[in-house]
Design a protein around this ligand. Structure first.
Ligand SMILES: Nc1ncnc2c1ncn2[C@@H]1O[C@H](COP(=O)(O)OP(=O)(O)OP(=O)(O)O)[C@@H](O)[C@H]1O
Length: 476
């Protein structure tokens, strides 16, 4: 393995790296950085926690020191928390240069963001939705001289998942100069490789770690097979065991919905576990505050939706628990990648019901590793089952009367407005579509019933004829 100076970094930057404990380049850094410094587009695919962020931050800071001007680099990333984390790396590594960064994410004040953009920072780190809003609504800043466009978690940015970034990306790409370096990074690039190649047009340098498995060796990957109704009791039991056995521990628990996140948080607090949550229905300031408290180990347990699945780098996390089995192997890879980072050890435990076994098989197929069963004293779990389920039910009832569903509805309406649609008109159209669908269904049902009746009539006739023939034959 080479060192940073042989890769082309200046001494002052290497000194800066050392302050962060970055002494020797990781493989993704060793392979991608020379290509980036040469001026090539680059696509880097390496496992979670392998130092992809520094693989693009370091060459950008190096280049910036050689020729600083205007907005030099734009980084796009799918989540707001990740944008802050990336901006921090730029700030620390670029400190001797006086690097100015600006974070443009949803849920924060738009006016102060617009002012910051006007001041021409060196680096803008943004989530696509909010940056596209600024581009649509103002012409007080220009990105026409950008040298670097970076898509971190690039596959997620191009995916048409529950948050679809593609329209916002079109708006953003529309104001960027075609002559630029484009860098794309993720732990899971392969599904969207072709679309990504279209964005990085200049024959990108492509590097992928050659390892057979797609998760890190330091990660002990386990599962527990459990009926749905016993899941929470297993969860409480697991946390109790970790609390008893370790002094210095942190756990992230992933679950599938914001409501479940909220219910589990309240439930675990009833059992005196220091728990905090992170999901998209929370106010942004609360999201940042909760994450900061978890990072500082004020709270040892973070319950999150997939908003926290990618990129977050919290070295103290030793355990990841999947309260639901992820529907896609890719999501599993990112979730469990929140532990066992940068060579540390970690454990992941996935709670699997009998309906999820096929999901585990497809995860195992993708990661090329078999999950091992996590041994649990079932007797101990059954002892707390009733208490856990009653506590959960109590919180379900309490949270039913809160405004979580209402907020969901408001967010849906906001999204439609941002897409230029009228929410009332959309609701009407949806209702009409539903009406047509139900009419079609009824029509289909009537046809089927009449076919059944016809068949029944024909059968009856046949039987009658057969009977008549039999009586005839009997008379003969
Ligand atoms: N060369 C290095 N030596 C030691 N530690 C490093 C090195 N490069 C980066 N790190 C540290 O490794 C940790 C993980 O890095 P990073 O967050 O960039 O991972 P990643 O590959 O982007 O992971 P993910 O796919 O989950 O986003 C960080 O704490 C970072 O400071």
């Amino acid at each position: 393995m080479g060192d940073f100076s042989s890769l082309g970094l200046s001494d002052w930057l290497i000194k800066q790296c050392k302050q962060l404990g970055i002494n020797k380049p990781t493989p993704v850094q060793e392979n991608c950085m020379p290509a980036i410094l040469e001026g090539r587009d680059c696509m880097g695919c390496a496992k979670t926690g392998s130092g992809k962020t520094a693989a693009f931050v370091l060459p950008v800071v190096q280049k910036l020191s050689e020729d600083p001007y205007g907005i030099f680099c734009l980084v796009l990333t799918p989540t707001r928390e990740l944008a802050y984390q990336i901006a921090e790396q730029f700030r620390v590594l670029g400190k001797p240069l006086g690097l100015q960064d600006c974070i443009i994410v949803g849920g924060m004040d738009m006016v102060s963001q617009a002012l910051e953009l006007t001041n021409q920072p060196h680096v803008v780190v943004a989530t696509p939705g909010r940056l596209a809003d600024h581009i649509r609504s103002s012409n007080t800043f220009s990105m026409s001289k950008i040298q670097f466009l970076i898509l971190d978690e690039a596959d997620r940015l191009l995916e048409q998942g529950c948050t679809d970034f593609t329209k916002d990306l079109e708006v953003i790409l529309g104001i960027l100069p075609p002559k630029r370096q484009t860098l794309l990074f993720s732990a899971t690039l392969t599904d969207t490789l072709q679309e990504l190649k279209n964005i990085a047009m200049n024959k990108p340098f492509f590097w992928e770690s050659t390892s057979e498995t797609r998760t890190v060796e330091e990660l002990d990957q386990r599962y527990i097979l459990t009926p749905e109704k016993v899941k929470d009791a297993y969860l409480v039991h697991l946390i109790q065991t970790f609390t008893d056995e370790h002094d210095d521990w942190s756990i992230i628990i992933f679950t599938n919905t914001c409501k479940n996140c909220q219910i589990l948080t309240m439930m675990l607090r009833e059992f005196n576990f220091p728990t905090i949550s992170l999901h998209s229905m929370m106010k942004q300031k609360q999201r940042f505050a909760n994450l900061a408290k978890f990072k500082a180990s004020v709270y040892k347990i973070l319950i999150a939706t997939d908003v926290a699945a990618r990129g977050l780098d919290i070295p103290t996390v030793q355990v990841v628990i999947n309260h639901n089995t992820p529907g896609l192997p890719k999501i599993y890879i990112h979730r469990v990648g929140r532990t066992a980072r940068a060579g540390r050890n970690g454990v992941s435990i996935t709670l699997v019901t009998q309906y999820d076994i096929h999901l585990v098989h497809s995860i195992e197929e993708q990661i090329k590793t078999k999950l091992k069963e996590y041994p649990v004293e079932e007797k101990e779990v059954l002892k707390i089952l009733t208490q856990v389920n009653v506590t959960r039910r109590e919180w379900e009832i309490k949270l039913e009367s809160t405004d979580l569903d209402e907020k969901k509805e408001i967010n849906k309406r906001k999204q439609l407005i941002l897409e230029g649609k009228d929410p009332d008109l959309e609701a009407k159209r949806k209702a009409e579509l539903e009406k047509i669908r139900s009419q079609k269904k009824k029509f289909k049902q009537r046809i089927q019933e009449s076919i059944q009746r016809q068949k029944h009539g024909q059968l009856k006739k046949k039987l009658m004829k057969r009977k008549q023939n039999k009586t005839k034959q009997a008379k003969v």
